[in-house]
Structures are given as C-alpha cells and as structure tokens.
Design a protein around this ligand. Structure first.
Ligand code: ZN
Length: 283
C-alpha cells in the first residue's frame, strides 16, 4: 500500500518538476546546436536527455563566482552535458549533492602534495573544473562554453576531445561509492551480469597500458602533438596522473570522440560502454 502511494507521489513530483522547469524549445535547440556530440543522439534519446536535464535543473542549485551573471544558457548547457553520461543510468546517479558553481574562467585550487622525502606541501594550481566528494561541482564557464580554451602544451590534444563538464561529472559517478579510484559503482538492475571486480581489473590494466605508453614518449614530443602516435591523441595525457583521472579523460573521449576511442582503445571503449550502457560510436 505504502509502496504504491510512494511511487504515486514520486511520479506526481516528477511530472510537476518537468512542467515547472521545462526548457523552452528555442533555448533547447540553441543549446544542442552548439554541442556536436549531443547532436549525434536520435530524437528519442534527445527527448530523454531533455527530460533528464530538466530534472537536473530542478534538483541542483547553481551559483556563480566573481559576479559572473548566471544566464539560462549557462544553466541549460551544463545540465544537458552533465546528463549525457547518465542518459541510460538515470538522474539518481547524481544524488547526494546539490551545488554547481560557475567561475568566469580558470580558478585556483589548493591541494596537498607529498614530495620524494615524504614532506607534505600545500600548493595552489589553476583548474578548469573540480568535483568535491558529496559536495559541489565547480566549473570554469570559459572552458564549458569554448571547449579547447583550457588546452595548453600540457594538453597536447585535438581540441574537440576536451570536455570539462563530462570530466567532472565522470568524477561524480566515480565518487558515488567513496573516494575516486577510477571504478564507478555498478547496479544489479542496470548492469545485470557485470562482474564489478572483473571490470575494475580490465579498466586498471588499460590504465597501466596508457600510463606506460605516455611514459615512453620523450618530453619534447608533447610539444608536437601531431607527431604523437594516434592512440595517444585520443585521450588527454593528464589521465596518467591516477586511475580516477584516467576514468574522467577516457569518459571525455568516449562521449566526444567515440569513433577514435573505439578505433584505438577498443577494450577501454567496451568497458565504458558497459558502465554507461551506451554505444555512442554506433549512433
Ligand atoms: Zn579530474
């Protein structure tokens, strides 16, 4: 009885949110027109994406820093892109946190690093995005609106693979089961028959292959990305920092440049297709 009442109330609340936060047609069209990797989805998927983005907007709180005026375009662009990874998972995969903070451009983050002799130092560095465990996602609007703006010589990649929104929200999915480790949680219902341990093993061995391949590249070669082997041009080399970063940058490639990722990293592509329950290279 209560089960029925709860699901009735939940569907009422969902319908109310979809109505109250509905994204106007012209804003939707305009937003999708600026996102080629979203356009590859068919009409049915785009309709589902629009619903998810609406629920996302209803459930999250946006704010800005440094007096950046918050516009509907910003709200919708972040929502649509954030919802691409959860298109076949569902809005509840972003549960447990609320804030989206937009900075006009790159911002400083503080983190601690340990040096060779074990001393811990506080360092400040510029970032285009940051995701806090059970906390907000922070994004540089400049990087969201003009992918490629954050690229420098450390990111020797074709500009169209870079996507800070996918990157940070992939971290959010990874963090659903605690500290980011590159291995997101799996659902018995949505991922039937998937052995999470086996998945982790396969993914981490891909990380090792990638880190070794990056390591083998002489430092000077990063200044000439066109001379890098093609398989190192699909995934941001930042991925060799840690398995969690590898999951985030591989997710960027999976959604933004799926054909390239499938061609050069087919095992990794399949692992991500299993988790995200999508096959974007087939669209
Ligand atoms: Zn990251």
């Amino acid at each position: 009885m209560f089960g029925k009442l709860t699901s009735y109330l939940r569907s009422r609340s969902r319908a109310r949110k979809l109505e109250h936060y509905a994204i106007p047609d012209d804003l939707w069209t305009h937003t999708v027109a600026a996102l080629p990797y979203v356009q590859r989805y068919g009409a049915e998927d785009q309709a589902a994406l629009r619903e998810l983005a609406t629920l996302f907007i209803a459930g999250k709180e946006y704010s800005t820093a440094h007096d950046l005026p918050l516009t509907d375009e910003m709200v919708v662009s972040v929502a649509v892109q954030a919802c691409v990874p959860i298109l076949k998972l569902g809005i509840e995969w972003y549960r447990g946190w609320h804030g989206i903070v937009l900075y006009p451009g790159e911002f400083l983050i503080r983190r601690t690093v340990e040096d060779e002799i074990g001393l811990v130092h506080g360092v400040e560095e510029e970032a285009s995005g940051e995701a806090w465990e059970r906390g907000p996602v922070i994004l540089s609007w400049q990087d969201v609106s003009t992918p490629g703006a954050g690229l420098d010589s450390d990111h020797a990649l074709p500009a169209d693979t870079y996507n800070v929104v996918i990157h940070e929200f992939a971290h959010k999915l990874d963090m659903l089961d605690g500290e980011p480790d590159g291995v997101p949680p799996f659902s018995r219902v949505l991922h039937p028959g998937v052995d999470a341990e086996q998945w982790a093993e396969g993914f981490l061995s891909q990380y090792d292959v990638f880190a070794d391949a990056c390591e083998a590249v002489p430092d000077s070669a990063w200044d000439h990305p066109e001379r890098l082997p093609p398989r190192l041009r699909v995934i941001d080399p930042y991925g060799c920092e840690a398995p969690s970063e590898f999951f985030a940058v591989a997710s960027e490639a999976f959604f933004v440049e799926p054909e390239g990722l499938r061609r050069h990293w087919s095992t990794l592509y399949k692992a991500l297709a299993t988790f995200y329950r999508q096959d974007p290279a087939e669209k």
